[in-house]
Design a protein. Structure first.
Ligand SMILES: Cc1cc2nc3c(=O)[nH]c(=O)nc-3n(C[C@H](O)[C@H](O)[C@H](O)COP(=O)(O)OP(=O)(O)OC[C@H]3O[C@@H](n4cnc5c(N)ncnc54)[C@H](O)[C@@H]3O)c2cc1C
Length: 431
């Protein structure tokens, strides 16, 4: 039998993960005429913010770069978002908006494609092995960006990583987000045998969030799968199944108590993963940097995070956990460069921060800003012929980002915070 040929590609830049961070990174580099492949295992761009059915930008919207600005403007044209303090949007429109922007920039998108292996020589990532349609694809590149959310690229490359809280390694829970739509007719709530009915708000597994959206649907962020590791293939599948069971029980409850004429109209194509691996970079941004009402700024800041600490309870169902306002703070370039590697960067959820900082900087607008910064940095790296990303002029990078709509001064941003709440007693060690 003739072996099936391995497909070989050569690119300037390889981005793994087409979520908010990866899509912005790929666009940021490709629009400067570098060849970029964007590898995404689902069928759309946007990641958690689209396939995950999350439908709200939870951070200040200004000064996050021209890519994020374009996204928001295009969403308005579709009627996919409205001006509102909670920044709601329709994730279905966000999929096409990201796609159009990536196509315009000339990004080569590989959907339905998963990272399988990484070749590293002397602290340099040389190539990645991908799999799609049962075909193997090897892609060599000059710079690599891990925007997989869970830090898959860094992990396979052998980079150091952190996960969970420092004491017990507990990670933020996963949630399957879903929408309900109004049928205009009374529904007959149904639960298969063996499913425990929910009879009060106190018995809800996750948050009590079933909010009327601007398009008439109801947005439900209410499931909570605690203590499941999203980087373990068997556990991740169990989490998906548990979340779907929770969703059915929650809908049965909502139809009886709050929304008798509503039915499910969509749920995430994949469970929402709040926290996976955080790849260790040249610097780890820590809670001490951002707490105590001080403004954390840095000479190598490449983006500003504005959201509150949003560290949902790691142990208790239904508990929103620790929510605390922080003053906007800089994300240093050093936090997006993988320690010990010359050409490997991170963007989005998997950057080099501790768990508390992660709970704040993981929001969609911030991930998008980090992505633009990472994509611009590697583009400048190629243009100045450097092999090590650290040799890119920080001044040049920051000037370019400012030129491209990024406000890098934390004092010029507004903090973004909802209702504050304290951390549960048994998790106090985290403070
Ligand atoms: C339930 C939930 C509610 C949230 N609510 C809000 C909110 O209201 N507002 C807000 O701003 N933020 C919210 N967040 C946080 C925010 O949605 C995410 O942190 C953010 O979208 C992460 O962006 P990212 O690009 O880093 O990762 P992701 O969006 O997760 O993108 C990573 C992409 O990489 C792909 N991928 C992963 N591994 C591989 C691989 N090995 N090979 C190929 N592709 C791969 C994935 O398919 C995915 O598309 C919420 C998160 C969750 C889970």
């Amino acid at each position: 039998m003739t072996p099936v040929e391995i497909i070989k590609l050569e690119k300037d830049i390889v981005v793994i993960g087409g979520g908010s961070a990866g899509a912005a990174a790929a666009i940021g580099a490709a629009r400067r005429r570098h060849s970029v492949v964007l590898v995404e295992e689902t069928n759309c761009l946007g990641g958690t913010a689209t396939a995950g059915n999350v439908a709200q930008w939870y951070a200040s919207m200004d000064g996050m770069g021209d890519i994020f600005n374009r996204i928001v403007e295009s969403m308005k044209h579709f009627g996919g978002t409205i001006e509102h303090p909670y920044n709601p949007y329709n994730p279905e429109y966000l999929k096409i908006v990201w796609q159009l922007l990536a196509e315009e920039a000339g990004v080569d998108i590989l959907f339905h494609t998963t990272l399988q292996d990484v070749v590293v020589e002397n602290s340099v990532v040389k190539s990645v092995r991908l799999v799609s349609c049962s075909r193997t694809i090897d892609v060599s590149g000059k710079f690599f960006i891990d925007a997989s959310g869970e830090g898959d690229l860094g992990f396979l490359a052998g980079a150091e990583f952190m996960q969970g809280d420092p004491l017990k390694k507990r990670i933020l829970h996963m949630s399957l987000v879903f929408f309900l739509s109004d049928t205009g007719k009374l529904q007959t709530p149904y639960l298969p045998s063996g499913f425990e009915p929910i009879n009060s708000d106190q018995e809800l597994p996750g948050l009590h969030v079933h909010a009327k959206w601007f398009d008439g649907r109801i947005y439900c962020n209410m499931t909570k799968v605690i203590d499941h590791d999203p980087t373990d293939p068997f556990v991740l599948s169990r989490a998906e199944m548990e979340a779907r069971r929770q969703m059915i029980r929650i809908v049965h409850y909502l139809q009886r108590k709050y929304h008798p004429t509503y039915t499910i109209c969509s749920s995430g194509a994949r469970i929402g993963i709040r926290e996976g691996r955080r790849i260790v970079g040249d610097y780890i941004l820590k809670k001490e940097d951002i707490l105590n009402e001080r403004v954390f700024d840095s000479d190598d800041g490449i983006c500003v995070a504005t959201s509150q600490i949003d560290l949902h309870s790691l142990t208790q169902p239904g508990h929103g956990g620790w929510r605390k306002k922080v003053l906007p703070y800089a994300i240093p370039f050093r936090c997006i460069i993988a320690k010990g590697f010359r050409n490997l960067l991170m963007a989005g959820k998997c950057i080099s921060v501790d768990q508390v900082v992660h709970s704040s900087c993981r929001m969609i607008p911030t991930c998008c800003g980090m992505g633009q910064a990472a994509g611009t940095a590697v583009a400048l790296g190629l243009e100045s012929g450097v092999g090590d990303i650290r040799a890119v002029s920080i001044e040049k990078l920051r000037n370019q980002l400012r030129h491209d709509g990024m406000e890098l001064d934390p004092k010029k941003h507004l903090p973004y915070c909802g209702e504050e709440s304290d951390i549960p007693d048994e998790e106090k060690g985290l403070k």
